[in-house]
Design a protein around this ligand. Structure first.
Ligand code: SF4
Length: 143
């Protein structure tokens, strides 16, 4: 079976900044076709759960109270890449709009609910080395 990385919060793990999960539909079907490798880059980068929400602004990851957490986000991305190489994964299903996992669109850095074009830190790193990245609303194309 092909091994695909997946944001752990989409599988129901309570690893989000608010201590909750974001379980997505269709995960059981995915497990029939793929071996899913759960990852949470923000936890792998050493951040606590729960943690302050963060967004990307001018290339840096900043929490709502102004703390620069870019280093932890980059460390988490590197850890995800290391695990991907260990497991031989070349594709990933990542949670939409997250500053780590977002693909194609992310929050705009103003904490006002706005969205802008861009990738989260982990999604960008994976794409830069040739990964195909899917959002949870794109899993039908994998089934
Ligand atoms: Fe989910 Fe990714 Fe955020 Fe972890 S970093 S909670 S996997 S969206």
């Amino acid at each position: 079976m092909e091994r695909i990385l997946i944001s752990a919060c989409l599988l129901g793990a309570c690893c989000r900044y608010d201590g909750k999960s974001k379980a997505a539909a269709g995960m059981e079907k995915l497990t029939e076709k793929y071996e899913l490798i759960p990852i949470c880059p923000e936890q792998l980068g050493g951040l606590a759960t729960p943690r302050p929400p963060a967004e990307i602004r001018q290339g840096r990851v900043i929490t709502e109270d102004g703390t620069d957490v870019t280093r932890q986000y980059e460390k988490g991305a590197q850890e995800v890449l290391r695990l991907a190489e260990l497991f031989g994964s070349r594709r990933a299903i990542l949670k939409a709009r997250s500053p780590s996992c977002g693909s194609g669109e992310i929050h705009n850095g103003l904490f006002d609910g706005g969205i802008t074009e861009g990738d989260g830190i982990t999604a960008a790193l994976l794409k830069s080395v040739g990964f195909e990245v899917f959002r949870e609303d794109q899993i039908d194309s994998l089934l």
